[in-house]
Design a protein around this ligand. Sequence first.
Ligand SMILES: Nc1ncnc2c1ncn2[C@@H]1O[C@H](COP(=O)(O)OP(=O)(O)O)[C@@H](O)[C@H]1O
Ligand SMILES: [Mg+2]
Length: 238
Amino acid sequence: MTLAIEHLEVSYGRLAAVRDATVTVASGEIVALVGPNGAGKSTTLLAAAGALQPRGGTITLDGASLLGLSPEQRVRRDLAMVPEGREIFRTLTVAENLTVAAGAGRAKPGTAEVMDELLALFPILRERLRQPAGQLSGGEQQQLAIARALMTRPRYLLIDEPSLGLAPLVVKRVYEMLTELRRRQGLAILVVEQSMRRVLSVADKVCVMRDGRVVATFAGEDLSDRRRLEQVYFGLAD
Ligand SMILES: Nc1ncnc2c1ncn2[C@@H]1O[C@H](COP(=O)(O)OP(=O)(O)O)[C@@H](O)[C@H]1O
Ligand SMILES: [Mg+2]
């Protein structure tokens, strides 16, 4: 069971934003895609979610190609995304944000149960259920964005810079939640961050992206070689 993005190429008009990106996420894995601003990380996620059409390469889920499927069709294949900037509906209540999201997934009974389960995981959202989402703090909004994506019961979650604009302690909490979700639901997570340091403690695998290319992938023991990771990140080594 794997989400495999291989030799991905994505362009905006004539600008080749992603030139050669290979990232694979096995079920239950947390994989981080890191790299400086403009490296092509968000573009890679957007292509995986179906919001952008690649110019080359393959994207498969459990061996079946996702190319040509709409974002909604990919959600039905258990792939969900939390976009950069969270994009919650600020004037809708927390509860409304969650139920609207459920409609994007498979039309199936049990929405209330899924919501109950998620509110147990994110108790602060239960307290805020009837408040407009725009009144939540940044950390609460990030939790809502994650919970909203989870309403569709994904097996694979794509999440773009969850730490953006959050205080360090809140970031820590968000990452604790991601590991908890992996543990409880076997969720596979592909997380994008600019900072390598932030993901090192949680990721099973770290892919480093620079100038549209995934230039290195670290897993297992290699992840403890901080010095080498930093050299690759900053382009001092390949
Ligand atoms: N909507 C867009 N239209 C044109 N160029 C874009 C667009 N989005 C991103 N880019 C460009 O594509 C490259 C990769 O961007 P992005 O994937 O957002 O990088 P990252 O998420 O790693 O910061 C950058 O050069 C960026 O300026
Ligand atoms: Mg980005």
